[in-house]
Design a protein around this ligand. Structure first.
Ligand SMILES: [Fe+2]
Length: 166
């Protein structure tokens, strides 16, 4: 359903600086205001550098307005993503792997740690509740149809290579 990538991100401040200082307008795309992050920034991070040798992707920051609930859904344009929460204002991301009946769902919260990437299976129903500030989420869009398990294999390989180096 989701997997925490062990290595911390080295990009948080660069991404934040970019969205704060870059003069491009936020663009409305599929229920979010977004800003695409240049590949040159992403490729400064060793994890994305490795991922790029295996598949193509773009990275963007998705902004959700204050006091919004993005109700349960599965992503219709992707099966998986890699996310990192940039803002620390109150919000919750909840997955529901199984349903008990029409009204009751089993739920699991994804509690984002700072500066940490998570691989998400977006074919599992999930939702976001955002409270009184903008919520900024860095998110990867793969340019090919790739599954959670496919990316998990790449991540496992990355972790293995990294362990060997240490
Ligand atoms: Fe989603």
């Amino acid at each position: 359903m989701f997997f925490k990538i062990p290595d911390k991100s080295t990009l948080c401040s660069d991404i934040y600086n970019y969205i704060e200082t870059n003069s491009d307008e936020w663009v409305w795309y599929k229920e979010f205001n977004i800003k695409v992050i240049p590949q040159t920034i992403l490729l400064n991070d060793s994890f994305f550098k490795f991922l790029k040798t295996k598949c193509d992707f773009i990275g963007a920051v998705l902004r959700i307005d204050p006091n919004i609930c993005y109700s349960f859904h599965t992503d219709d344009d992707r099966r998986t993503t890699i996310n990192m929460l940039l803002s620390d204002s109150p919000s919750h991301c909840i997955f529901s792997p199984t349903r008990i009946n029409d009204r009751l769902l089993n739920i699991v919260e994804l509690i984002y740690e700072p500066e940490t990437y998570y691989l998400l299976d977006t074919t599992v129903p999930h939702m976001v509740i955002n409270f009184n500030s903008h919520r900024f989420m860095f998110s990867i869009q793969f340019l090919q149809d790739i599954s959670y398990n496919d990316v998990l294999e790449i991540v496992s390989l990355y972790n293995f290579i990294n362990r060997e180096k240490k």
